[in-house]
Design a protein around this ligand. Structure first.
Ligand code: GLY
Ligand code: MN
Ligand code: MN
Length: 461
């Protein structure tokens, strides 16, 4: 069998080295309270190598490419309660692994498989208790050294290899991410239209109405769940960066910030749109909105192969710094020109997060943000706000197939000197982009960003 999962296992095995064994568990089911569990979510590394979504499983892969899956055994009584289990016998044909055994045999098999090996790979600091289990397995091998057993002497972090593989998305992954982006975009359209429609009808709108609309759109399109906790923030709540959809009223005249994306077949999407609750931007709202949009456009233009990961951020900050002076959010007399605003990080008062992150199976996906080919090159700088000495390391060079978000914003809390018409306005615009040799591919533009287009769609539907 040569499925994408088998191909990934082969690519990983080729990097493990002779005499190596890799252990990749899936995630445990997590209790919520008493007999209830959180919605089960597999481990992303495990899924990347197996496509298998059941709990209670662990993949072993050796340097020769031989794969063994440990999984839940068939058990009619448990399957009556919890649902179908693939079971070891069917796993070989279905998942293309070389061998499959019941999970309960893992502890007995591991010391045997580790004996005589040189290196053990597993994801460091991902699975609670795994390091202790590894110690236990190695201890069992060591207990037999008097009888000639050889205990592996090296342990390595498997994340280092898998993160690099996951950072460049293959065609299969990009297809899913395109569909996830479409579904999430449609959900945002529905939430915008719902807000305007209810307000037009004289109904009271609350954040949870819009949250419900998003969720319905995700599920009706076949997405399994939100990729992260949806933010639906009305009015001043938009200035709370990690706000959750709650019950605050959504009022005409205020903006609503929605940061929500579905997870489809294990892949995340991540969209933010900010729109007027009743479908019409006020003057100050539009001024700041257009500034954030211009900064996002600059960041999008800087997102292409050969650029650095930090280039879109720097491009967005340059536009925001100038714009904050132009609209009067920052006072030239106090902070100087745009260059000063950037050097002194004065923009940080209103823009305090980065412009993006890797996106993939995890919403903040894995992958180093440092360019591996330039790892040793460091320099020091003093942070102008905290006074701390920080280490500069060369930022990652963007390559085709990397996927990242582009999400500048402005969040205005009242403070001395901040013009009152801007108080409590929070705006972020976030899209998901695939790096190509040319212009990046935006996966999430089925929901518009232009203010006129947002107003137009909110008049319909
Ligand atoms: N929704 C999480 C983020 O934008 O980073
Ligand atoms: Mn994001
Ligand atoms: Mn987001």
């Amino acid at each position: 069998m040569n499925s994408i999962y088998a191909q990934r296992r082969a690519r990983l095995a080729a990097q493990l080295g002779a005499g190596s064994l890799a252990i990749i568990p899936t995630a445990p089911a997590r209790p919520r309270n008493r007999d209830s569990e959180y919605l089960y979510r597999h481990d992303s590394y495990f899924y990347y190598l197996t496509g298998f979504t059941e709990p209670g499983a662990c993949l072993l892969l050796d340097g020769a490419g031989r794969s063994t899956l440990f999984c839940q055994p068939k058990d009619l009584e448990r399957e009556i309660w919890d649902g179908y289990r693939l079971g070891p016998d069917a796993a070989i044909a279905t998942l293309g692994v070389d061998a499959a055994l019941p999970l309960a045999q893992l502890d007995a098999e591991l010391p045997r498989l580790l004996e005589g090996g040189q290196r053990l790979w597993y994801p460091f600091a991902i699975h609670d208790g795994l390091a202790a289990r590894v110690e236990g397995w190695l201890n069992q091998v060591r207990a037999r050294v008097r009888y000639g057993a050889v205990c592996p002497g090296q342990q390595s972090d498997l994340c280092q290899l898998l993160d690099e593989m996951r950072l460049i998305k293959d065609g299969h992954e990009l297809d899913i991410m395109r569909r996830a982006g479409q579904i999430s975009a449609q959900a945002h359209v529905r939430a915008m239209q719902r807000s305007a429609r209810m307000l037009r009808a004289g109904q009271q709108v609350r954040e949870y109405h819009l949250d419900a609309e998003l969720l319905a759109a995700f599920r009706e399109a076949g997405a399994q769940c939100p990729a992260y906790n949806s933010i639906v923030a009305a009015g001043a709540n938009a200035c709370v960066l990690h706000y959750r959809a709650d019950c605050a009223p959504v009022r005409a005249g205020e903006l609503v910030l929605i940061d929500a994306g579905c997870e489809l077949d294990g892949y995340a999407s991540d969209i933010t749109r900010t729109f007027p609750a009743d479908g019409r931007f006020s003057g100050p709202q539009r001024a700041l909105y257009e500034l954030v949009l211009a900064s996002q456009q600059a960041a999008i233009a800087a997102t292409r192969a050969g650029q650095r990961f930090t280039d879109p951020h720097d491009a967005a900050v340059a536009v925001l710094a100038q714009g904050m002076l132009d609209v009067g959010l920052l006072d030239r007399q106090r902070v100087g020109n745009a260059q000063d605003v950037i050097e002194q990080r004065a923009y940080f008062q209103f823009y305090m997060h980065r412009t993006g992150h890797w996106l993939g199976m995890d919403v903040h996906d894995c992958g180093s943000y440092i360019e591996p080919s330039e790892l040793g090159q460091t320099s020091q700088r003093r942070d102008p706000l905290s006074g701390e000495m920080l280490t500069n390391r060369p930022s990652r060079i963007l390559r085709p197939g990397m996927v990242l978000t582009i999400e500048p914003g402005i969040y205005v809390r009242p403070a001395p000197g901040v013009p009152e018409p801007f108080h409590h306005i929070g705006i972020r615009i976030e899209d998901d982009a695939v790096v190509t040799e040319g212009d990046c591919e935006l996966l999430t533009r089925a929901v518009p960003v232009q203010p006129d287009e947002i107003e137009a769609l909110m008049r319909q539907g």
